[in-house]
Design a protein around this ligand. Structure first.
Ligand code: NAD
Length: 470
């Protein structure tokens, strides 16, 4: 059993209770995580508030501390990665990659400038400067699919801009985040980063709390609506990174054999539990059979198993709620006449939440697995006759997170990309290499509000203050 504690003011913060964290590969309880009650949340918020004046005043110290934070996390990766695998399910190499990769965000923001702008020169006519001020306390709320990366996407720019943070991981995956909080007690000044955990309604308590002035949220569109509503009570600033139903549009000059591998991993990395995963493929009818065959062959060759075992490419689905959702959507599609070219049913009858990568054909829009976000290892491949129609269908959901266009002619693909309503549209790739600290990430429509990453992400953790004299 792993042992972990919450952190507030640089010290362990005991919970008011505890709850089970389950390994999705074994069904076994791996830890009793602390449950934060209202009094502990008040203590964490107060610690963050108390740390704010000194932290916001010393930019040089903040830059140095972010580099030291990255060093400390990288040095602990051998200890943290097995924890992440045990609570989330992902294979060891993915867990290591997530943790070490996320540290690039800390280093990037440590070195990024957030300059004031002078609109009127400082001369006898006066001076008008546009300054950027941190908000104070930022509440950061993360989901379970990339618990460390998505937390650090928030923590790094928030701290760099001069805010202090209260961070809440998903109740399914609190352990690695709590361990990072423990480890950083020795690195960051007390109260700069506070970590609380617990089952909901902890998230709702945080968004209703009077202390944070800014909420950075990643999670489902459904919860995002609640966060936005709660934030409106006292006009907290928000960024919402929400769900998606990300289309891949294959053009008629693409070679299915060439694109299948990249398309497969664009959809199935992290078992499809990836906000920007390909969630539906539109392919010309003439190429449909060949592409399905190539994707199915790759799916059948995939090694699914316990993420802690050597050679595993895909672990279990991360939690029972998500497993039931994916299994339900696949069963529903099959019941409506869809055909599974690979997968299609849970793997084995053990306690592990294993579901093989599933390629579905013989279905179109109007079926829930095409119309909704499945967020799991099942991919519908839909045939189209007219490209205009495929683009309309790609755009025909409330979502607009990411998309991709696949073609031998990148200029033609770029013209199609310009017609897709999504925050990111990639050509001949989807996901791989796309997540970089300097590239803005954010959804259109119901996929979110605001941007993370790049200078846009940093700016979003500050507000403008004009200081002038005339
Ligand atoms: P979720 O909305 O169920 O939970 C996300 C977080 O919100 C958790 O920490 C949860 O405890 C907390 N929460 C629950 N109720 C709350 C409330 N009323 N107020 C505040 N916080 C509350 O989402 P999930 O199942 O953990 O994650 C999967 C979803 O996240 C998918 O829809 C996926 O697309 C989305 N996601 C989006 C991105 C992105 O960058 N756009 C990235 C990863 C995941």
């Amino acid at each position: 059993m792993f042992d972990s504690t919450m952190t507030a003011g640089g010290l362990p913060l005991p919970g008011s209770g505890a709850y089970d964290v389950v390994n999705p590969a074994t069904g076994l309880v791996v830890a009793r995580a602390p449950a934060c009650g209202p009094a502990e949340l008040d203590a964490a918020m107060a610690a963050a508030q108390a740390a704010f004046p000194a932290w916001s005043a010393d930019e040089k110290a903040r830059r140095a501390a972010l580099h030291e934070t990255a060093d400390a996390i990288v040095a602990a990766v051998d200890r943290l990665a097995p924890l992440l695998t045990a609570e989330q399910g992902k294979p060891g190499y993915e867990a290591r990659g997530e943790i070490a990769g996320a540290c690039a965000w800390l280093r990037y923001y440590a070195d990024l400038d957030l300059p004031a702008e002078t609109l009127l020169q400082d001369d006898e006519n006066g001076r008008i400067a546009v300054m950027r001020r941190p908000f104070g306390v930022v509440a950061a709320i993360a989901p379970w699919n990339f618990p460390v990366a998505l937390a650090l996407w928030k923590v790094a720019p928030a701290l760099r801009a001069g805010n202090t943070v209260v961070l809440k991981p998903s109740p399914y995956t609190p352990l690695t985040t709590l361990a990072i909080g423990e480890l950083l007690r020795e690195v960051l000044p007390p109260g700069v980063l506070n970590v609380v955990s617990g089952p909901d309604p902890l998230g709702a308590w945080i968004t209703a709390h009077r202390t944070p002035r800014r909420i950075s949220f990643t999670g489902s569109t459904e919860t995002g609506t609640k966060v936005m509503t709660a934030a409106s009570a006292d006009f907290k600033r928000i960024s919402l990174e929400l769900g998606g139903n990300d289309p891949a549009i294959v053009l008629d000059d693409a070679d299915p054999a060439k694109i299948a591998e990249a398309l497969f991993w664009g959809a199935f990395r992290n078992n499809g539990q990836f906000c920007m995963a390909v969630k539906r493929v539109y392919v010309p009818a003439a190429l449909h059979g060949e592409l399905v065959e190539a994707l199915a062959a790759r799916a059948l060759a995939t090694r699914v198993g316990d993420g802690a075992a050597e050679g595993t490419e895909l672990g279990p689905v991360s939690n029972r709620r998500q497993y039931d959702r994916v299994a339900g959507l696949v069963a529903d599609a099959l019941g409506r006449g869809a055909v599974a070219a690979a997968g299609g049913a849970p793997a084995g009858d053990g306690p592990g939440l294993f579901f093989p990568p599933t390629i579905l054909t013989g279905l179109s829009d109007g079926v829930p697995i095409v119309d909704e976000e499945q967020f799991g290892p099942a991919l519908p491949v839909v045939a189209y006759d007219r490209l205009d129609d495929a683009i309309d269908r790609a755009n025909g959901t409330p979502y607009g997170l990411t998309a991709s266009v696949w073609s031998a002619d990148t200029d033609r693909a770029a013209q199609v990309a310009a017609r897709v309503d999504a925050g990111q549209v990639w050509i001949n790739t989807h996901g791989r290499g796309a997540l970089r600290p300097d590239v803005p990430f954010g959804g259109h429509k119901s996929s979110g509000i605001g941007l993370e990453n790049g200078r846009w992400g940093l700016e979003s953790f500050s507000e403008i203050q004009v200081v002038g004299r005339l």
